[in-house]
Structure formats: structure tokens, C-alpha cells
Design a protein around this ligand. Structure first.
Ligand SMILES: CC(C)(COP(=O)(O)OP(=O)(O)OC[C@H]1O[C@@H](n2cnc3c(N)ncnc32)[C@H](O)[C@@H]1OP(=O)(O)O)[C@@H](O)C(=O)NCCC(=O)NCCSC(=O)c1ccc(O)cc1
Length: 138
């Protein structure tokens, strides 16, 4: 509701907010919750790059679903692909590139993604099982 303008059309920055929420949901669904990464590994996953293509309008009262999958695993970054659906109709898609970054009192530095995390993320690439589907009200 609060995500639309007076005419009832969704305001575009909301897509990036939904991407952020869906990305966090995705990491939680893989047992890689950002709060856990920070507490247990001193790792944060800041956004380095993002993109969105807007294909169809979204209106007041539409209930949307975000489908999130791993698009790329690089040395120190992960690219998540997000697709936004209103029912069966895709209204937009894009990506978030997140860094795998060690944060200590002294420094913030990207570091190589460890093998156990690569294995978890590869499972997502190879199967449809771990796609996070997050419903929102536009
Ligand atoms: C994250 C950084 C410290 C990494 O810097 P460095 O340690 O020098 O790493 P590098 O420059 O070598 O880059 C590491 C990798 O990222 C890639 N990279 C870095 N920046 C970019 C951009 N802008 N686009 C694409 N790729 C990039 C780079 O190519 C390297 O890739 P691979 O090695 O091939 O995997 C620095 O890039 C930075 O501070 N960037 C700004 C991040 C930021 O402010 N984002 C805005 C939102 S903040 C946020 O999202 C957040 C903050 C805190 C949290 O707890 C959670 C989230």
C-alpha cells in the first residue's frame, strides 16, 4: 500500500527494497543468514552493484512474489538474480552483486568465498529446490 503513488502505481525504488529483503531471505533459507555470518565468521555481504528492468506496471493491492536464484559465484562476490511476479506475470527482473567481506575493527576487506559456502550456493544453481519465494503487497 505505502509502496504506491497516488495513482496506485508502484514507485520504482521499491523494487530495490524488495530485492534487498528477498536477498536476505535467500541467505537465511541457505543457513547463511547475514546476522549469523557476521557473528560467526566476521563476514558482511554489502551491495556492490545492482540492476533492475521494469517490464510491466504494478498497482495498489497487487500481491507480488520475488523469485531469487544464484546467478554467479565469483572469487569474492555473489550475484543473486531476482524476478518479480504478479501472479504468473513477470513485472521486472534484475540482480544484486554482493561482496564477501571481512569486517574487523581495523579493516573492511573482500576475501575469497570459502569452499563450504560455495558448495551451498552451487546446490542452488544445480537445483530448483532452494529458490526463495517471498510474497509482498505492492
Ligand atoms: C566492499 C569493499 C570494501 C571491497 O573492497 P576491496 O576489499 O578492496 O575489494 P576489491 O576491490 O578487490 O573487490 C572485491 C571483488 O568485488 C568486485 N567489485 C568491487 N566493487 C565492485 C563494483 N562496484 N561492481 C562490480 N564488482 C565490484 C571486484 O571485482 C572483486 O571481484 P572478484 O575478486 O572477482 O570476486 C569496497 O568495494 C567497498 O567498500 N564498497 C562499497 C560498499 C557499499 O558501501 N555498498 C553500499 C551499501 S552498504 C551495504 O549494503 C551493507 C553494509 C553493511 C552490511 O553489514 C551489510 C550491507
Amino acid at each position: 500500500m505505502g509502496d504506491t503513488d497516488k495513482a496506485g502505481i508502484v514507485y520504482y525504488p521499491n523494487y530495490f527494497k524488495w530485492f534487498d529483503i528477498a536477498g536476505h531471505q535467500f541467505f537465511r533459507s541457505c543457513d547463511l543468514a547475514p546476522s549469523k555470518l557476521e557473528a560467526e565468521r566476521q563476514i558482511i555481504v554489502p551491495l556492490l552493484d545492482a540492476r533492475c528492468s521494469f517490464e510491466k506496471p504494478l498497482l495498489y493491492d497487487d500481491v507480488i512474489t520475488i523469485q531469487t536464484t544464484v546467478e554467479e559465484i565469483n572469487n569474492k562476490t555473489i550475484k543473486l538474480r531476482h524476478e518479480v511476479y504478479n501472479g504468473d506475470v513477470r513485472t521486472g527482473h534484475g540482480y544484486e552483486l554482493r561482496g564477501w567481506v571481512n569486517q574487523t575493527a581495523d579493516q573492511i576487506k573482500a576475501v575469497p568465498i570459502p569452499a563450504d559456502v560455495i558448495a551451498i550456493l552451487n546446490e542452488d544453481i544445480q537445483s530448483d529446490q532452494r529458490q526463495s519465494r517471498t510474497p509482498f503487497n505492492a
